[in-house]
Design a binder for this molecule. Sequence first.
Ligand SMILES: *Cc1c(COP(=O)(O)O)cnc(C)c1O
Length: 465
Amino acid sequence: MDWDDFSLWSKRIADWGAQYHKTLRQRPVRAQTVPGAIAAQLPGGPPVKPEPMADILSDFEDIVMPGMTHWQHPRFFAYFPANAAPPSMLAEQLVNTVAAQCMLWQTSPAATEVEGLMIDWMRQALGLDAGFTGVIQDSASSATLSAVLTMRERATGYTGNRAGLSGKGHLRIYCSDQVHSSIDRAAWVAGIGQDNLVKIAGTGPRYAMDAGALDRAIRADLDAGHTPAGLIAITGGTGVGACDDLAAVLRVALAHGLYTHLDAAWAGSAMICPEIRAKFWRGVDGFDSIVFNPHKWLGAQFDCSIQFLRDAAPQLNTLKIEPEYLKTSGDVVTNYSEWTIPLGRRFRALKLWFLIRAYGLEGLQARIRNHINWAEELCEKLRALPGFEITSEPIFSLFSFRCPGDDAMQQRLVDAINDDGRIYLTQGALAGRRIIRVQVGQFDCTREDVMMVKTVVRDIWEKVQ
Ligand SMILES: *Cc1c(COP(=O)(O)O)cnc(C)c1O
């Protein structure tokens, strides 16, 4: 392909993209297909001869698009959002076009310097202490794994990487039972082991771990000869939005010298609103590591996960490796690949820069506040449906409910709603019971889109019961 053709097809794709987004409400939110149906329409082997771009693109529209679930659909209420505000998409087009690999300062100084600045803009937007620096990672899973590896190295006097873990006893990490599965997987791959991830029950209206129970668990481990290494707290758990009391659990963690990490992957975006910070983030500045995903609620195209660090040294002591071919000539610069597990890095900061400039903090705050208000309004409408039960009250913009009937009936209702296609919801579990989750957070959704959830739930409920 020559660059004139590139220009032609880029323009066609841009026009296609605008049309796609303008007409998204006409599409079913969740893909309406069956396993294997998309692959069955494609050749089983690679073409030997070149094929025209026109054919490739028309197959994309005819075969691939019907198999896509529309995450940018304004009536996407499943999981958590993976928003992509248009300015962040434009930045990604530029990043794709320049296609730099930004592992070291010298492999693209602007990428490193804009990243440092965006970390600091976001630090200010979230009201964090001036001491925090940080790094942009691909996902919260990677940031959490980096923090867990740091807990491991710090608790072993930075000998684990070199000598391995044998003979080091049981390193213990504490969290609530509301944490995301990425915490379990970090414990697996860091060599800590699932059995050494100690889960404290999340209780009360915020499903928070009890600080007294945390303290007792740590003391019992010390008595048993184990090594407490770290605490992982949560703001905005995946299931029902659990939020730990940060100040209370930090006090315990600090008393025992633990390294502390906070998972705010979804709800961190809401902390750009000072009144929400005041309610949920008291004590946050005491954490050693904090992760939040601007690619979820804030609007930066996936992927973009910020890890803030109060002191970068422990993580650098854990992850930094500098073979001869990566050495730069004594410059006093930041090489962000030393902060993370992968070496190669995309220029992820550009889309944050575009996003924040195009909307301003006020534009982004207004969306978050609307989503929270609309979720609360919708919750009351569902509560009023005869026989329906609110199983968890709104925390930020997430709540859950049950229709009358057993667990199988909940699943039947969710599946029928998603087959209908006007909205998309997912199920979850709470206290051993199946629940239906609703989260409001799609970047373009309106109040009308949100209130349609009640209409669809009522319509479909009449059909399935
Ligand atoms: C989404 C989410 C994660 C995982 O995020 P990835 O970026 O997909 O790895 C972890 N924790 C919480 C609370 C989340 O909402």
